[in-house]
Structures are given as structure tokens and as C-alpha cells.
Write a protein that binds this ligand. Structure first.
Ligand code: AMP
Ligand code: MG
Length: 269
């Protein structure tokens, strides 16, 4: 899979209406075949994560962003199925608490960044501070406007300290969101996920797309790239994200630590 297709080059102009949420050009097969391809990728990711943990050198940060129902939770469940929970952690960012609001917006974020040998998945992130915050005018424009540069500098600093950063925008259509919200209403086991507040956000769809466009144009860098993932099809979304993560981990050229000398002579009595 040539996943570079979905990578946003630094300083690109982005027209999200030209990115098809139904696109599946990198997989030549049915939904059934696509779903069947995932377990092998899960196994590869499991092995790579084990190596990352054993080597204890690299730190990996995966950022998931997208509208409500875009599949952030589902991605975590499916893409990371089978990985050893020791060494992988999810950090979910909700509306900030009073304590968090009393600090700068990166304070709560920095605390959750990965340690050596760890993968941390951000379910929402510091990008909310230029998304929901921008759309709802939670801070004045001059405050959110300078955050793009601040975020780039923050991510650059993390990279220089050994963090590998991958950022995924789960791109669904407005119509797909309607169906997924309806499903939350219709299925008793999904109702807990329905929030009437999501409907208010849905009304601001165009404003959110404008805010996402600014994020993709201004914060996709060589060291912390954004991928625009076609996410109307859950199976395709999972394949694309799995491939990007696997390819990135393979590129780290990790090795198991050198064992102690003389292990070959040992006889266990
Ligand atoms: P969920 O992901 O469905 O659990 O919802 C989390 C909610 O928290 C979303 O509505 C986000 O927009 C909101 N949220 C996350 N970060 C921030 C932030 N920095 N400022 C305001 N709201 C936020
Ligand atoms: Mg929600």
C-alpha cells in the first residue's frame, strides 16, 4: 500500500471537498477481503511494538482527530487489537477541567507524551485548541491564531527528544455522520455514546471543516505529518492507519538489546 498518497506535504493547500471519504484506491478488493487483511497487520504491529518495548529507545505518539462518530474509538480497538497493553497507552482529551484551564493548553498534553519504549495514542489532542476552541470562540482569535506555530514548535521539540509523531485526520462525510448518529439512537448498546451536544456541533460542520483545513495546511511537517484517512469505510480506515504505523515503525530500524555475554555456556540445573 503506497500510503504516502494520504500524507499531507508541508505547506500544502488543502481542499477537503476534493478528498473523497469513500476512497479505497489502495486496496483492490471487497469489504470482506479488506476485513480479512487486518489480522495479519495486527500481528505485525504486535511484533513491532514488542521490539519497541524491548529496545526501550524510541517513543511513538499517534494523534487521532476527527468529527464525532469519525471512528477514533473504533480505530483504537481494531488497529491495536492484540498489542501488549504493557507499553501502549491511550490518552483521551475531553473539555478541560478547571485545573487544566488554569494552565497553558499544552500542559495537560505534555504530561501524556510517551516515554522510551512506549506508544501513546491521543484520542483528540492539543489540536482541539485550534478546532473546537476556534469554532466556538473559546479564546480570542489572536490567541488561537498563534497556536499553529506554537504547536509546530512543541512537536519539533518532542521530535528532537526522540518522539516519532504520526497524525491522522479521520475524514468522514456529513452524510455518513448522519447515519452513524442515527445508529447510535437506534441501537440500545450504542445509545450511551449519543450526546445531544453532538447535534449542535454537526450544525457547525462547515466551520469545523475550515478549522481542520487550517490545521492540515499549517501543521503537517516533515517530522510530524498529517494523514487524511478516508474513513467512511471502517475496514479501509483500519487498513490505511495500520499500514502507516507499521511502515513507520519498520523505518526505525529497531534491534533487540544485546544479551549478556556467555549465555551459550549456561546450563540450568
Ligand atoms: P468525546 O471525544 O466524544 O468523548 O468528546 C470530548 C469532547 O471534549 C468533545 O466535544 C471535544 O470537542 C471536547 N474537547 C476536547 N478538548 C477540548 C478543549 N481543549 N477545549 C474544549 N473542548 C474540548
Ligand atoms: Mg462524542
Amino acid at each position: 500500500m503506497n500510503i504516502d498518497h494520504y500524507r499531507v506535504a508541508p505547506n500544502s493547500k488543502i481542499d477537503l471537498s476534493a478528498w473523497d471519504p469513500n476512497d479505497k484506491r489502495l486496496f483492490d478488493g471487497s469489504k470482506k477481503a479488506g476485513e480479512a487483511a487486518l489480522p495479519a497487520l495486527n500481528k505485525r504491529l504486535e511484533a513491532l511494538q514488542e521490539l519497541l518495548y524491548a529496545e526501550g529507545k524510541h517513543k511513538v505518539l499517534i494523534v487521532l482527530q476527527g468529527m464525532d462518530t469519525s471512528g477514533k474509538d473504533g480505530t483504537i480497538r481494531h488497529v491495536f487489537e492484540g498489542v501488549n497493553p504493557q507499553g501502549v497507552r491511550v490518552a483521551s482529551f475531553k473539555a478541560p477541567t478547571p485545573l487544566e484551564l488554569a494552565h497553558d493548553y499544552l500542559w495537560r498534553i505534555h504530561q501524556e507524551t510517551p516515554a522510551r519504549g512506549q506508544i501513546v495514542i491521543f484520542n483528540r489532542s492539543h489540536y482541539e485548541d485550534v478546532l473546537v476552541v476556534r469554532v466556538h470562540n473559546l479564546v480570542p482569535p489572536e490567541v488561537w491564531r498563534r497556536r499553529y506555530d506554537q504547536i509546530n514548535a512543541f512537536e519539533q521539540q518532542l521530535t528532537e527528544e526522540g518522539v516519532t509523531i504520526l497524525k491522522f485526520f479521520l475524514h468522514i462525510s456529513k452524510d455518513e455522520q448522519k447515519q452513524r448518529l442515527q445508529e447510535r439512537l437506534d441501537k440500545p448498546e450504542k445509545r450511551w455514546k449519543f450526546s445531544t451536544g453532538d447535534l449542535a456541533e454537526r450544525k457547525l460542520w462547515d466551520e469545523y471543516m475550515a478549522a481542520y483545513t487550517a490545521v492540515l495546511e499549517r501543521t503537517s511537517t516533515a517530522h510530524a505529518p498529517w494523514y487524511i484517512v478516508p474513513a467512511n469505510r471502517k475496514w479501509y480506515r483500519n487498513l490505511v492507519i495500520s499500514h502507516v504505523i507499521i511502515k513507520t515503525l519498520e523505518g526505525l530500524n529497531m534491534r533487540y538489546p544485546e544479551p549478556e555475554a556467555g549465555l551459550d555456556q549456561i546450563v540450568i540445573e
